[in-house]
Structures are given as C-alpha cells and as structure tokens.
Write a protein that binds this ligand. Structure first.
Ligand code: 0RA
Length: 634
C-alpha cells in the first residue's frame, strides 16, 4: 500500500502517529463513539463548507446519507487548495486530511465557524473513517484523493476538467470504532436547519437515501426567520420581529426579538454559528440591553410609576423569543464543549448595538412597546405573588422536615450516597414499586397524575401543588436559590413513568421542574430515568423482556417457528411487583438513563410547547413525540 503513496518522508510518520492517536482515543477528539460522535463527523465536514459560506464564497451545500452509511458533503465554494506545500513538500489537500488541526492554517481569514464541538477538522474525520474520498474542483481541473483509515491510498490525482469550483467529500465511518452507524435524520436535519437560519441566503439540501427523505433549508430572513420559526406555534404580540444587524470593531452583531403571549423565554445565542447553550458575554450584553431599554422606555412614558420598582431581567423575558448571533475573527470559548463565549469585549459591543436599535424601535412602535411593557408589568406582579407562595412552600418544608410525606415509603439506608428514590406515577404502580423494591436502600414516592392539570400555568403555580410539595420535602434539600445539595436525602433520584402519552408528559414536567428549581441536582448527576420494558414475549414456556421495538422484532425473529405471545406493557401497573423489580428497579438487571442538563433543557422547551396557548401543535406533538420524550438518549 505504501508504494502507491507519493513522497513519504519523516514528517509523514509523525502525521500517521497523530491520526493513530485519534483512532486510539476517539473520545478525546470527537467526544464519544456513540451516535453523538457519529453525527459529529458529519458536523465537522459540513462546518468547513459553512466556513466557506461565511466567507461569502459558497451558497449551496448538499448532504447525502447513502444506504451503506457513507455520507457525502458537497459545496460550491472555492475548493480546498490543491498544490505542493513548499514547507512540507506534500500536497496541501493531503495535509488538510492527514495533519491534525491543519485545516485552519490554510483558511482564508474572515469569520470561521468554530468548527464543530472540538474543532479538530476533517483529518480527525478521516482518521475515524473506513475510507474517505475528497474531490476538488478548482483552477479548471478536478482533483481527487482517497484515504483508508486516514492513510492516503492514492496520490492527489487530476481526474478531469471543470469550470466550476467546490469540494465534495464522501466518507464511511469506521465500524470498528463506532458503536452505531445509523445516522438519525431528525438530529442532522435540526442542525442543518439551524445552520441555514444563521447563514442568510445559504441553501442546504439534505437527502437521506436510506428512506428517500429530503429537505431543503433556505431562509432569506436569516435569524428573523429563526425567531418566526421558534414562535410558529405561539400567539405573537407583534409582527414582524424586531431585527438589528450591525458591525462594530470587526464583530458582526445580529439580534432578533419577538414576544409571544406565553411565559417561557427562548433565547438562543450563537457565536460564529456555534450554539452557545451556556451563553456568555454576547448573551449578557443582549440581556442587559433589553432590560435597560424597556425600563428606560417604561419610565419615560410613565407606564412604570415613580413608586414602582424597575423591571427585573426575568420580568422582561417572559414570553420572549430571541436570537443573538455574533460573528468574529477570534472567538474564545470557556469550555471544551464550546458552550460559553468568553471574549470580554463582546458584551459592550452587543449591548450598545441592541440598546440603541431596540430603544429606537420602541419609540417608533408605541403600540408594540405598550404591549411588551404591560406583559412585563403582569410578570413582575405575578413574580411577587409567586415569591410569597414559594416562601410558603420553603417554610413549610422546613417546618415539616421532621415529618416526611405520608405517601413516601422510605428506605432504611441513612447514607444518602447509597440511597435511591423512585418517583412513580400513580398509586397502583406505586404499590407495585413499594412491594418490589429493596427496602434497605430504595424509597418510593408515588405521585398522582393530577399534577399535570395545570394548563397554561406558570411553573411557579405548580409549587402550590401538594404532590410537588411532597417531593420537595422527601428530597429534603429545599428549592430554587435555597436548594442545598448537601441536604439531599437520596443521591439517585429515578423518575419511573408509564410508557404512554401521560407518562411522557409527567416525565417532561418533572424534568422541567428539576431543571428550573433544582438544577444542581441534574448538574451533579443525581437524576435518572428508569427504562421499563415495553413488551413481554413468551414462547415455549420461557419469557423475555424487550425494551424497544427493535429488540422485540429481533426476539420474535429469533423465535421463528415457535408460537409466540407478545404482551405490550402500557403501564407499570401491568407488571407484578417481582416483574417490576426484575426489569426496572434491581440495580443488577435494570437500565437507567442519567439525565444531563442538555436533556433537561430539551424537556424544558418541550414543556413550553405542551403548556403553551396553542392547542393544535400541542396535540400533534404529544402524538408524534411521546416516545422520544421517554427515550432521552445520553
Ligand atoms: C482554505 C482556503 C480556501 C478555501 C478553503 C480552505 C476551503 C475549505 C473547504 C472545506 C470544505 N469546503 C471547502 N471549501 C474551501 C480559499 C482558497 C482560495 O483563495 O481560493
């Protein structure tokens, strides 16, 4: 094989060692080798094309998933540079694909997508692919090179002529590295949609040849379209959304704002097209501009009286849907996961751009301004009322800390790090769980489904709910700003709900509740979701449990010829105590899924939709996503 490779020297050996390192410890480079890592490969390649689009050199990207699990990404950019690199005496195209982090060094300036999660570049993708082929059109020619497991197996060949320019990459993820090769259409489509929103005028065409599904994403409105999209199922207070786009000191600042009649905030912050889920300086600047401009306007127009307090940030963010996006030459991220922007100068830049423009917008649109301010006034009053209610709960749970809720079947274990609490939906399942548990270390708290009948309510009002109060007391660690992890009575809290729509609904509500009021509990890894079986399959006097439809199908197929009976479990209550213990509770046999902050944030958004004012999409959502909500993958 080595003979086919052009000009191999000492530096190439280092190159291969670099890519070997990627193959030995893929997690270090792409996070994991599960489905997330698999998707990461695609993002890494697509991000390079997005960079071309950000540089204004490309307006179309096509992504295709082939039936054999290989993926092709094509763009009409300038094409990756081809030609011998003088320093190394190797073709630049080859360097980009075989040297870690080399891609950026050949970049043509301007804003760069922070290249996916870890920014390792296409060479890492190459290292983790069974094979990769890149085709470049530029300078009138078509060039191609092929690699296997990161190593070139052909030189850079000239295979034809073309007047066009662009880059096409096809790769097959290495099955010896990835646990799964099944890309998830929805996950990828979501990301491509987001990318198209953030790069106005770019067309992303996505095709899945496995199922013949295809979608085209193109949004002339950029982030204004994104805000409209986020509000698509909500009643909005004004249309069109507010938009500002302005460059300051080399930073492009864009913001779009549209209020709806709900209570949740959905603000998305991006830095060079990276969704910074933990915010950072751009988000801080945006928020203070919003609070300041609304307070200033409310004072000036006497909508906020002299004796009234200023709006808090929370007051002006109820029902806010907003996107803030910055593009800059040198983004600094605070964490490996690029979830938080750190550049200090960005805060002031975003704040001044948004403040000036939004203040002018309010002046020019007094009717809209009044609506937004009225909403903030209502929010502020509700918040004061809620604070009283919450204090009551906290005081009560403090007072009653000696008296645990009557419904709680506590465990004998006194050391929280060895103790588990099952939160179980419904009294009947609660009864089975109480009988099936190991009472030495497993406690059970049954909750009634009733907690869900809080239509259109602020989550705050849920705090008045008896079931939630019992939960807070059972956990023993307080709530909100008063939450103190060190008082937690159980270090594993396991949500166990039915495998039906109501169950999914309750799990979403609980996750949202924990996310908003006990975030450290999730952040410290204390929250889990139980995974009960969906089917009991019996043949020849033997029984098996299946936890997914795929498992069921596989089991049934393996029993071909036998007479098979399939029982679909709808509720936990359909299992007797020992079955429930065997399948779902016994640590030696069960599967539980740890909830991450990311999962909880997703539930929070879902909850917003479930509780929103618009009924039709909610119904649709429950019908189509009920199982997804359960199967939070981590
Ligand atoms: C470096 C420099 C130039 C283009 C690119 C990289 C480039 C990289 C990728 C990766 C996927 N698609 C891409 N398209 C372009 C600019 C070279 C010039 O000035 O012509």
């Amino acid at each position: 094989m080595a003979k086919e490779v052009s000009s191999y020297g000492v530096s190439d050996i280092q190159v291969l060692e670099g890519l070997e390192a990627v193959r030995r410890r893929p997690g270090m480079y792409i996070g994991s080798t599960d489905i997330r890592g698999l998707h990461h490969l695609v993002y890494e390649v697509v991000d390079n094309s997005i960079d071309e689009a950000l540089a204004g050199a490309c307006d179309r990207i096509e992504i295709t998933i082939h039936p054999d699990h290989s993926v092709t990404v094509v763009d009409n950019g300038r094409g990756i540079p081809v030609g011998i690199n003088e320093q190394r005496g190797i073709n630049t195209l080859e360097i980009v694909h075989t040297v870690l982090h080399a891609g950026g060094k050949f970049g043509g300036g301007s804003y760069k997508v922070a290249s996916g999660l870890h920014g390792v570049g296409v060479s890492a993708v190459n290292a983790l692919s069974a094979w990769l082929e890149v085709t470049v059109k530029r300078d009138g020619y078509v060039y191609r090179q092929r690699y296997e497991q990161g190593k070139p197996v052909t030189p850079v060949q000239t295979i034809g002529k073309s007047k066009e320019t662009g880059t096409a990459t096809t790769f097959l993820p290495d099955a010896t590295i990835f646990r799964v090769l099944e890309f998830r259409y929805e996950t990828l489509a979501q990301r491509f949609r987001e990318m198209a929103f953030l790069t106005r005028g770019l067309t992303i065409y996505f095709c899945d040849e496995r199922t013949d599904r295809a979608q085209t994403f193109h949004f002339e409105g950029g982030i204004t379209s994104l805000v409209r999209y986020l509000n698509r199922n909500r009643m909005v207070l004004h249309s069109p959304p507010f938009y500002v786009g302005q460059e300051v000191n080399g930073t492009m600042v864009e913001a779009a704002i549209q209020y709806n009649d709900g209570y949740a905030e959905s603000t998305y912050a991006f830095a060079n097209n990276v969704n910074t889920v933990d915010g950072g300086t751009h988000l801080t600047g945006f928020r203070s501009a919003l609070t300041r401009s609304l307070n200033d306007y409310a004072r000036k127009s006497n909508l906020l009286k002299d004796n009234e307090d200023n709006f808090s940030g929370d007051d002006v963010r109820e029902g806010l849907t907003a996107v803030v996006s910055v593009k800059m030459s040198d983004p600094q991220f605070e964490s490996q996961t690029k979830s938080k922007l750190g550049n200090a100068e960005i805060k002031g830049q975003v704040e001044s751009v948004v403040y000036e423009a939004f203040a002018a917008y309010l002046e020019a649109n007094p009717k809209v301004a009044r609506e937004i301010i009225n909403k903030a006034l209502t929010a502020s009053r509700a918040r004061q009322a809620a604070r009283k209610a919450r204090d009551l709960v906290i005081r009560k749970s403090a007072l009653e800390s000696m008296t645990l809720p009557g419904k709680l079947a506590d465990c004998a274990e006194q050391d929280p790090s060895n103790a588990e609490l099952f939160i179980v939906e419904g009294d009947s399942a609660g009864g089975s769980a109480k009988q099936g548990r190991d009472r030495r270390f497993q406690a059970v708290l049954p909750l009634r489904g009733k907690i869900l009948n809080v239509e259109k309510s602020r989550l705050n009002t849920i705090l008045n709910n008896k079931e939630i109060q019992a939960l807070v007391t059972a956990l023993g660690a307080g709530i909100g700003a008063h939450f103190d992890e060190s008082n937690l009575r159980y270090h594993r809290i396991i949500v166990m709900t039915d495998a039906d729509v109501d169950g999914a609904h309750i799990a979403t509500l609980l996750l949202t509740f924990f996310y908003r009021y006990m975030e450290p509990l999730i952040a410290k890894g204390h929250l889990f979701i139980a995974k009960p079986p969906l089917y009991l399959i019996s043949a020849k006097g033997k029984s098996y449990y299946a936890y997914s439809d795929e498992e069921k199908d596989a089991l049934v197929a393996s029993m071909k010829g036998d007479s098979v009976s399939i029982q679909r479990y709808k509720g936990l209550g359909e299992m007797n105590p020992s079955q429930l213990a065997d399948t779902t509770m016994d640590p030696a046999k069960r599967t539980i899924m740890q909830v991450t902050l990311e999962d909880a944030a997703e539930a929070d958004r879902t909850f917003d939709m479930l509780m929103g004012s618009n009924v039709a999409p909610r119904k649709h959502f429950i019908q189509t996503h009920a199982r997804d909500v359960r199967n939070l993958d981590i």
